[in-house]
Design a protein around this ligand. Structure first.
Ligand code: DP6
Length: 324
């Protein structure tokens, strides 16, 4: 027997950075994200007669060519979550798990969010069949389980906007449900400091004092700005938020950085665009050098212009899509 599932990535505008509980992934502050339907992970589970679970590569013909679990450490993390799910749902069978992304993993494109959400969703299908359940577990339950594997994955169950308040995530109704997303891919190299480590190291920054208050205040202001369709204010809040997180990295006891010259170039171009046009995309960076841009549907012309500009001048890969 075999089960398949896909899940999207998401981009946080108010960031999850710093944990209250490192075992359960309880964040220090609530976060808000936009779901990226075009950046997806795929997981396949197959019942096996082996005496243990194992990971195996996907067929090369798959659309999901970027392997999320080729590194032994990543495979272990993936299998650990499979064991967590088996224990929770009381499933004794063994599985072969295959997985992949349609985008580069481990470079600040939130691959862990998509991959753990996909594994959790796939396991829910297997559980429902194997235990002959009339209905699958709810997204709320799956989101909570997925959070224990990787915090940001709990937001990938809801769209287009997801709000994660400590122990629970949910969809939140806000305007702008059809944003165009572009990722200016500055580097596809693996990060030397993973986000799980970043969550620990930010706690050593002097600037972490007050971070929870700042993030909570920004979350409220961002929700209000989006509700009021105040795009400029949303851009300013998002701008402050990503710099706040990156400054925590730069001021940790042992500082570290994800920014590359190409990231700064793109940030400056978007800043100048806003200055000259009094309009532009929302911009943010995760724990990586790549720059995420979100455009309103009526900004299609500007989105296309920026696509060509970045693609030609900086030879930067971009991916575009609209949420449904
Ligand atoms: C910078 O969810 O990758 O993307 O819970 O340790 O797996 P773990 O961390 P992870 O952290 C993501 C942090 C971020 C910001 C965000 O997505 O909110």
């Amino acid at each position: 027997m075999r089960w398949q599932a896909e899940a999207p990535s998401n981009i946080a505008l108010i960031k999850y950075m710093g944990k209250k509980d490192f075992t359960l992934n309880i964040p220090c502050n609530p976060s808000l994200s936009y779901t990226l339907d075009h950046l997806r992970s795929y997981v396949e589970l197959e019942l096996s007669h082996d005496s243990e679970d194992r990971w195996a590569p996907l067929s090369e013909a798959s659309d999901f060519v970027y392997d999320i679990t080729d590194a032994p450490q990543a495979q272990q993390r993936f299998l650990k979550h499979l064991h967590r799910l088996k224990a929770y749902f009381n499933i004794k069978e063994h599985f072969i798990v295959r997985s992949g992304n349609n985008f580069p993993s481990n470079c600040g494109l939130a691959s862990s969010a998509a991959s753990f959400a996909a594994l959790t969703s796939c396991f829910a299908k297997a559980y429902t069949d194997l235990k002959h359940r009339p209905t699958a577990p709810s997204d709320t339950v799956l989101s909570r389980l997925s959070r224990e594997a990787s915090g940001s994955s709990c937001r990938s169950f809801f769209k287009p906007w997801a709000l994660w308040t400590y122990k629970q995530s949910k969809a939140v109704q806000l305007p702008y449900t059809q944003l165009t997303h572009q990722t200016v891919v500055i580097s596809e190299k693996s990060k030397s400091i993973g986000s799980s480590q970043a969550h620990r190291r930010v706690l050593t920054s002097d600037l972490f004092q007050g971070r929870m208050t700042r993030a909570r205040r920004r979350l409220q202001s961002l929700i209000t700005s989006l509700q009021n369709k105040d795009w400029y204010q949303a851009y300013i809040i998002t701008w402050h938020e990503f710099w706040d997180m990156h400054m925590l990295f730069h001021t940790a006891e042992t500082p570290f950085s994800y920014l590359e010259p190409g990231s700064i170039d793109v940030i400056k171009v978007i800043e100048q665009l806003w200055q000259s046009q009094h309009d532009g995309p929302l911009m943010t960076l995760d724990a990586g050098p790549n720059v995420h841009l979100l455009y309103r549907p009526d900004q299609d012309e500007i989105a296309t212009k920026m696509y060509h500009y970045f693609n030609q001048q900086h030879r930067i890969l971009m991916k575009e899509s609209k949420n449904q």
